[in-house]
Design a protein around this ligand. Structure first.
Ligand SMILES: Cc1ncc(C[n+]2csc(CCOP(=O)(O)OP(=O)(O)O)c2C)c(N)n1
Length: 262
């Protein structure tokens, strides 16, 4: 049998596991965006060299076990209370980098009040908001972010506005608040979007050191299992259905002066 020669040193490595992400098998469904979002968040932590100074707050929902994967100090919070918990942590340790990582059910349903008031107070934390338009962990019920006509386990005929209200654009809402320093919406459905989302997370963490307000990064993501789709199909559905309603891009960016006069 012919021996295969390996030339690892000549290989162009494009992706490695960041040191801040533990080598633990994740429990997420195949094709779910949580794994990618975890990786890029931890890549940002590693690149900034802040692993020892970072404290994360995990939510309820599919990412309840984020602390099994992220190799930084982590605290679990009750449903919707992640930004309140992060506020307490940050006020005790003002020089740490504090972030929350929350789904739409957690952040934009039960946690709406906590989220709005945290950003309105301008707490110096990074809020990472994973919008997959559904309650993932509990069986695919309608979330505030569920799209009009989208079928879920509690809207089997599709979400109807007169009965269920409009999908909530919480990120646009938060961008209006004076305490918001940086607000952006990104996605993890394509390699190009993943790179942009990582840059946003990097900025969101880095700018926390300026102590000028809340950084909020929404990441539009997929839920192949509860959407009843294969992973590739779900990314296509995301692009065709979610992005027109949740357009990507920055909603509030710090001015040059704000960044320079840190
Ligand atoms: C106070 C409270 N209410 C309700 C629940 C049940 N619960 C657990 S996860 C979840 C939905 C989470 O959905 P989402 O935040 O969108 O995250 P995903 O699972 O999609 O990542 C709910 C309702 C709970 N754990 N605690």
């Amino acid at each position: 049998m012919q021996e295969i020669e390996h030339h690892y040193d000549e290989m162009n490595i494009i992706c490695e596991r960041p040191a801040a992400l533990l080598d633990t098998r994740m429990h997420y469904c195949p094709g779910c965006g949580h794994g990618v979002a975890h990786r890029i968040l931890m890549e940002a932590v590693e690149e900034l060299g802040i692993q020892e100074q970072t404290i994360g707050v995990a939510p309820v929902g599919c990412s309840v076990f984020a602390y099994h994967y992220m190799n930084v100090d982590m605290q679990e919070a009750a449903h919707g209370r992640a930004t309140a918990v992060a506020t307490g942590i940050k006020r005790c340790y003002p020089d740490k980098y504090v972030f929350t990582y929350q789904g739409d059910g957690d952040l934009a349903a039960i946690g709406t009040g906590e989220t709005v008031h945290t950003v309105n107070r301008g707490e110096n934390v990074l809020i990472v908001f994973i919008n997959n338009a559904i309650y993932g962990m509990t069986g695919g019920q309608m979330a505030p972010t569920t799209l009009v006509s989208q079928k879920t386990s509690t809207t089997p005929y599709g979400r109807e506005v007169p009965f269920m209200g409009n999908p909530l654009k919480i990120t646009e809402l938060l961008a209006q608040l004076p305490g918001a320093f940086y607000v952006t919406r990104q996605a993890v459905n394509t390699p190009a979007n993943v790179r942009k989302a990582k840059k946003a997370l990097l900025n969101g963490l880095k700018w926390q050191a300026l102590k000028k307000g809340t950084c909020f990064v929404e990441i539009v993501s997929n839920c192949p299992t509860n959407w009843g789709m294969k992973p590739v199909e779900s990314n296509k559905w995301l692009e065709e259905n979610m992005l027109p309603y949740y357009p990507l891009g920055d909603m509030k960016v710090p001015s040059k002066e704000e960044l320079e006069n840190g």
